[in-house]
Design a protein around this ligand. Sequence first.
Ligand SMILES: Cc1cc2nc3c(=O)[nH]c(=O)nc-3n(C[C@H](O)[C@H](O)[C@H](O)COP(=O)(O)O)c2cc1C
Length: 237
Amino acid sequence: MSGMKRRMFLKISLGLAGAAAAAVGVWSSAVVYLEKRSYQKSRKYRLPPREGKKDPKILVLCFSRSGATELMARKMALDLGADLIKLKAPAYRLGYLGWVNAMWDVYSRAKAKISPGRLNLAQYNLVLLGTPIWLYKLSPPLWTFVRGNDFRGRRVVLFHTYNSNFSEEEIDKFKKTIVERGGKYVDHVYILRNRILDQISSQELVARAGMIVRERKKVWLGRNWGGVLKQEEGRDV
Ligand SMILES: Cc1cc2nc3c(=O)[nH]c(=O)nc-3n(C[C@H](O)[C@H](O)[C@H](O)COP(=O)(O)O)c2cc1C
């Protein structure tokens, strides 16, 4: 290759690399911006006040970065009369750095720094665990919680929100881990939000969460349950 051709080749390669880097930069900034907007919308969404009895034997625990899974969790806790705990994991806070950390940690299967790390779950009969999907997988904060806690004798439900796709293999792994940790895996429910520019509203998300509770509550609570259902319906299920 002549010197001139080599220089031309170099210029074109650098130009293409620069354009690719700029495209990734613009795309990721747009994603981070839209996530913040989605978070603000779900924070603003007001749920009605709690009605009926609180059932101290049910826990809804979730990790949520941009608010969608949290909104689903809040609605489920409200309708079940359950305790609600949100896992804190500051490494994945909203914004560019949190997004990069999320990508990296889910890819490398890193253990997350979470709070609370350990909980006494013995007081609960039913534990519902919620997370967003990251790179087809459950988020590291949820995995860290599951691997660090004792589920002996607890019925466990997995719930998640997501934009388009998740891995069934990951769900099987979750099931297996719960059983290894002494729990009884009961159900898996989820809400599809669609691609980032075409997502369902907070109102729709809450409506779907309510419908899931109505449809699945009996399966979750199971037979011989001494709590809410007996009182509400006057019969065992
Ligand atoms: C780092 C990262 C990776 C993601 N990967 C996926 C994915 O593989 N499949 C999918 O459907 N959604 C994916 N999403 C979208 C989230 O699962 C979805 O927006 C979810 O509802 C966010 O929940 P949250 O608001 O509770 O954090 C990803 C989001 C982030 C931040």
